[in-house]
Write a protein of this length. Structure first.
Length: 379
């Protein structure tokens, strides 16, 4: 009975934890349901329990300031600049820059501050942002940065922020008042940024997507377009090949949610590679180095590198063992393969922390380690 009581108590405690987690998720702020019903409603800007923090080896990054639940809304931010095209046809970087530098583009002080921050980050090798080409994003664990400067513009735009390019408020007095509240706008030429410097910020920080959030788009009847844009606070997110957030665009805003239960203090990461994240380790490393200038050392890359080492060890182990067995079966006196095999076994015992084991035990331990590493990355 006692054990049953204890078990029941454990179940109660577990149920309580689940309920508490559900309560947290249920009470956490989320998008206005109207975004799923009315194509004219844009999601309100939002900054959840996140903060800017210096990430060793990466520069600035975003971390959770409290425990997060899967799916929890973390960030909704309007674009600093955006270009759209037909479904699936993501505009290229040139188009974005051309529109941004055109005479029609007008920037609020909030947009200007973020553009300045992105350009400065590129110049100082702190390109922590996102970029992408096909359906991905970017930001970088920009290796080269050792900056500990955590100052960034306000993550929330001022009230009244509407379209990024300063389209005159059409119609209502309320719209005009809202536009006025966002402050005066100035053209690119008055921002003090030249086009070459802007190009660097675009390449490292832009995000492209072939379509916006499909449930909201389809339910509301809004047109489905592809987009390429810059989103300021979103650009603070560093890369991981096993990201712990998901992001998507809704209307012209970028939405970021937790992809798993995360502890307070966890660094929040996105995937810069889009579907390229499905590629093997060596190809991912090459692309990240070429496009963003850093060597990824995320948990997945480390696990795959370790698995690759073990796989190589296993290959040599098998080859030498076969050679050793063959020599012994021939009754040869000079058992070079056997000596090499025994030497390897000893080295593997040291490498994998095995104490006194037989060859078969060592082999199975290595195989288990390899399969665990493989399972770890097979998400
Ligand atoms: Zn990685």
């Amino acid at each position: 009975m006692r054990s049953l009581t204890q078990a029941a108590s454990g179940v109660t405690a577990a149920a309580g934890a689940v309920t508490a987690a559900a309560d947290t998720a249920a009470t956490a702020p989320d998008l206005d349901p109207q975004v799923y019903l009315d194509p004219s409603v844009s999601p309100a800007a939002f900054v959840g329990p996140i903060a800017v923090k210096h990430i060793p080896g990466k520069g600035r990054g975003l971390v959770a300031t409290q425990q997060l639940q899967p799916g929890q809304l973390l960030l909704v931010t309007p674009p600093l600049a955006l270009v759209e095209a037909d479904l699936g046809e993501i505009p290229d970087h040139d188009e974005l820059q051309e529109v941004m530098c055109s005479s029609g583009a007008q920037y609020t002080s909030w947009q200007a501050a973020w553009l300045q921050a992105l350009v400065c980050s590129v110049e100082h090798g702190n390109s922590s942002s996102s970029s992408s080409s096909s359906s991905s994003s970017s930001s970088s664990s920009s290796s080269s940065s050792s900056s500990t400067d955590l100052s960034v513009p306000d993550m929330l735009p001022p009230a009244g922020y509407s379209s990024w390019y300063g389209e005159p408020a059409a119609g209502s007095t309320a719209a005009a008042a809202a536009a006025a509240a966002a402050g005066p706008r100035v053209p690119f030429q008055e921002l003090g940024l030249d086009e070459e410097r802007l190009w660097g910020a675009i390449v490292l920080n832009c995000y492209g997507e072939g379509f916006q959030d499909l449930p909201a788009t389809l339910c509301s009847g809004a047109p489905i377009n592809s987009q390429l844009g810059l989103w300021g606070p979103f650009a603070l997110l560093n890369h991981s090949c096993c990201p712990n957030t998901v992001n998507y665009t809704l209307r012209d805003s970028m939405v970021v949610r937790a992809a798993a239960a995360l502890p307070a203090g966890a660094e929040l990461c996105i995937n810069y590679l889009g579907r390229g994240a499905l590629r093997p380790l060596s190809q991912r490393q090459l692309e990240l180095e070429a496009c963003y200038g850093f060597k990824c050392s995320c948990d997945r890359c480390q696990a795959e590198a370790a698995a690759a080492d073990k796989a190589a060890d296993l290959h040599v182990f098998h080859a030498l063992r076969r050679a050793s067995v063959a020599q012994q079966s021939r009754g040869e006196d000079s058992l070079e393969a056997t000596a090499a095999f025994e030497k390897l076994v000893e080295a593997l015992r040291v490498r994998y922390g095995q104490q006194v084991v037989q060859d078969e035990q060592l082999l199975s331990a290595m195989a288990a380690a390899s399969s665990q590493a493989a399972a770890m990355v097979a998400f």
